[in-house]
Ligand binder design. Structure first.
Ligand SMILES: [Zn+2]
Length: 196
């Protein structure tokens, strides 16, 4: 026997003694933990799959997937890759430019979302991780509302790029209407193709 073995402490019950009952409780806890993690993985998997069932142009789906994966070249992400880039959002100069900030919390995004009627108005304005934001939208919006939200988010990203690279400031209304027009046209074409 190894001497140190005697010093092993069973931490899971107050007497610090191993008992079958406490072992059983630990096993139950582990089982429960696995169950929670597993069901989380299943719902996450379903959520990731949901991206590809959006009825939006493929480039919007791809954009949502990249945003959820946090691989868009925002200032925060570029800064995180040790590039000499200020992580600050240039639009509001108030916060780091993360995807959640840019597409949801930044005043530019707020101005666009403020023009949308419906449930979106009732959601918290605070920055969220984009995947968490997608989860919230997917849980609470109808398919059509979700398609619109995704396309508007994509339009916001384009407006951000226009601002950074072309020094063009798009009006929130133009961003919104451009997105809706694009989505409608795509869905119209899909309907025509589907009818043939
Ligand atoms: Zn900002």
């Amino acid at each position: 026997m190894i001497a140190s073995r005697d010093k092993l402490i069973w931490k899971e019950n107050s007497a610090k003694l191993f008992t079958v009952k406490s072992a059983y409780q630990v096993a139950l806890k582990l089982k429960e933990k696995n169950r929670v993690e597993h069901s989380r993985a299943i719902t996450d998997r379903a959520l990731w799959k949901k991206i590809w069932t959006l009825k939006t142009p493929p480039k919007v789906e791809m954009f949502v997937w990249r945003a959820c994966s946090n691989i868009l070249p925002t200032r925060e992400n570029l800064h995180g890759r040790k590039m000499k880039i200020d992580p600050q959002c240039e639009i509001c100069c108030q916060k780091h430019e993360s995807i959640g900030h840019l597409l949801w919390e930044c005043p530019l995004a707020r101005n666009v979302w403020a023009l949308c009627r419906g449930k979106i108005q009732k959601f918290s304005n605070a920055e969220q991780d984009f995947f968490a934001l997608f989860r919230m939208m997917a849980n609470r919006l109808t398919q059509m509302e979700l398609d619109k939200w995704a396309t508007r988010s994509w339009a916001l990203w384009n407006a951000r790029n226009k601002f950074y690279f072309e020094q063009v400031q798009q009006h929130p209304k133009a961003i919104l209407e451009g997105a809706i027009g694009y989505l409608k046209e795509y869905q119209r074409l899909c309907a025509i193709m589907g009818n043939h």
